[in-house]
Design a protein around this ligand. Structure first.
Ligand code: MN
Length: 203
């Protein structure tokens, strides 16, 4: 998909942020890379949540998951669809300053690639997306199912598929709290140094 389309998709993201105040990427330098990336970012904002992002059409489709992912196939986690983010947001870890949108600490909790089981555009339109994650903490089959939309907000449910990577005993967010990018905990990132840590991926 052309860059211009990705830029149009990021208009809402850009309108919500002041890039002279926050170190979050502006999306002006859209990266291209093989395969589709996924990232889960723990975000200690006014309410702690995990941002679940899937690359499609040059942007990161994004859902805010208050309780984070569960490896148990019987657990469905609320995932509120939020604005598309630029691809290089997948490398963002650090502190969003007070007064800025989403002020708080961001930790790259998991990252890797994803594969949709069927045509992802049709699946998203239908509200039933089944996919495989190849991450460091999350693996195997997952589902995102849309439940309802109200006033432009879309609620989806994130759940683990039944496969060898499912696990009903481990609380994965508690068992593996560390950043896959820096090894730091959310408190270590919040404590500073207050600079953005950028990993090996850059555009
Ligand atoms: Mn967030």
């Amino acid at each position: 998909m052309p860059r211009s389309t990705a830029s149009a998709r990021l208009a809402k993201y850009g309108s919500m942020r002041d890039f002279s105040r926050t170190a979050e990427p502006s999306g002006a330098h859209a990266a291209t890379r093989p395969g589709r990336i996924f990232v889960v970012q723990e975000h200690a904002a006014s309410h702690l949540h995990y941002d679940f992002r899937l690359e499609l059409d040059g942007v990161l489709l994004s859902w805010a998951v208050p309780k984070g992912p569960s490896l148990s196939p019987t657990v469905r986690r609320l995932a509120a669809r939020v604005e598309d983010h630029p691809l290089d947001y997948a490398n963002f870890e650090g502190v969003i300053p007070q007064g800025q949108y989403g002020a708080g600490t961001v930790l790259v909790w998991d990252r890797g690639t994803w594969q949709p089981e069927d045509d992802p555009h049709a699946a998203l339109a239908k509200g039933r997306l089944t996919f495989t994650l190849h991450g460091q903490k999350l693996h195997g089959r997952w589902h995102l199912v849309r439940t309802r939309s109200a006033r432009g907000a879309e609620n989806w449910l994130l759940s683990k598929g039944r496969d060898a990577a499912a696990n009903t005993r481990i609380d994965i967010t508690a068992a593996r709290p560390e950043s896959v990018m820096s090894g730091r905990t959310i408190d270590e990132i919040a404590a500073g140094p207050h600079r953005v840590f950028r990993g090996e991926c850059s555009s």
